[in-house]
Design a protein around this ligand. Structure first.
Ligand SMILES: Nc1ncnc2c1ncn2[C@@H]1O[C@H](COP(=O)(O)OP(=O)(O)O)[C@@H](O)[C@H]1O
Ligand SMILES: [Mg+2]
Length: 328
């Protein structure tokens, strides 16, 4: 878990005048699950496409599995598997045919191909669908088949672009189990997602990416802990009076106004600080009507570092807006 299997330095990518990837640097360690978490349009697919050599490397440097992306694209391609954001399966081929065709493309001998196909169908639990045409598979099954295809050549790194986009919550959670199983087989995973919970549950480390830039990188635990130990939500009888009082208190790190109440990050144990806050407000004649204490979540991390709520943007809406603007 210590060697860097992906290393990226000062990577830029422009479409005409528009900078989609704006100088990112990061490393992925061998064996880990690493995520890019960011809203639609953040530059995730562009970055993954450069790393997988589908887009040319314009500026900066990147190595994948020890190969320079700009100088040795063929070597990079031989070391990786890719699952794209959109389904790319031939509708009229069966699961087994898809995998066999892919292995053949990479000149795998037929006995090895058969063995690997059996292993992979078992890994993604599609054994009883092996002779089913892909047009008859559910969305989750299609994704699992694409993951199996990405793994045919035993790549050292598997790239997954939004692996659970469009799947229902239950299917998404099962996909996470498959992705973990692949990782436990020894494959390093690089994935992109706009789902907070996905990044949170799956990743050893996460980079939050916004407007083509990496805002912060760390484990889910580290990201949440930089915010503070506990987070409180308050509604009071005098909101405009409450904010300066809280802001002035020791152990209160950051106060943020919400539509009705406010949130405050605490630099210590909330169960001890909260009674003091209520006392202090009470001494000023301010009554607390609603109070809630919790640990910072990935949503809180995102809001803290980008100043925006990912949920508010309406992932589906903005994604179709981007499509209309001619993304694909
Ligand atoms: N082929 C393209 N031509 C012009 N702009 C593009 C193209 N592909 C992507 N973009 C723009 O680059 C930005 C990043 O897109 P993308 O990498 O797809 O982001 P994400 O995968 O995070 O949603 C978006 O603003 C998108 O509209
Ligand atoms: Mg994308």
């Amino acid at each position: 878990m210590s060697e860097n299997i992906i290393s990226v330095k000062d990577l830029y990518h422009r479409y005409g005048d528009f900078t989609a990837v704006d100088g990112i640097s990061f490393d992925v360690k061998e064996g880990e699950i690493f995520s890019f978490l960011g809203p639609n349009g953040a530059g995730k697919s562009t970055a993954i496409n450069v790393l997988t050599t589908l887009l040319p490397l314009q500026e900066g440097s990147a190595t994948v599995a020890g190969h320079n992306v700009a100088e040795d694209p063929q070597k990079v391609r031989e070391s990786i598997g890719i699952v794209f954001q959109d389904v790319t399966l031939d509708r009229d081929m069966t699961c087994r045919e898809i995998l066999d065709f892919h292995g053949n493309l990479y000149r795998m001998p037929s006995t090895e191909r058969r063995k690997r196909i059996d292993e992979l169908l078992a890994l993604v639990q599609l054994e009883n669908k092996q002779d089913t045409r892909t047009k008859q598979l559910s969305g989750g099954m299609k994704r699992r088949l694409e993951i199996a295809r990405g793994l045919m050549t035993r790549p050292r790194v598997l790239f997954l672009d939004e692996p659970t986009i469009g799947l229902d919550p239950q299917t998404r959670m099962r996909m996470w189990d498959y992705i973990k199983a692949v990782n436990e087989e020894g494959t390093t995973i690089f994935l992109t997602t706009h789902y907070m919970d996905e990044a949170d549950h799956l990743s050893d480390r996460i980079s939050i990416i916004d407007k083509g830039q990496i805002i912060i990188t760390g484990s889910s635990y580290e990201l949440k802990n930089t915010l503070g130990e506990d987070l409180i939500y308050l509604e009071t009888s005098d909101m405009s009076g409450t904010i300066p009082i809280l802001s002035g208190m020791e152990l209160v790190k950051e106060v943020r106004k919400k539509s009705k109440g406010l949130t405050a990050m605490l630099d210590g144990d909330g169960t001890k600080i909260l009674p003091r806050i209520i006392e202090t407000l009470s001494a000023e004649g301010i009554k607390v009507s609603v109070v809630n204490l919790k640990k910072p979540s990935m949503d809180d991390v995102f809001v803290h570092y980008t100043g925006r709520e990912l949920r508010d943007e309406g992932a589906e809406k903005s994604s179709s807006a981007i499509t209309r603007a001619g993304r694909r």
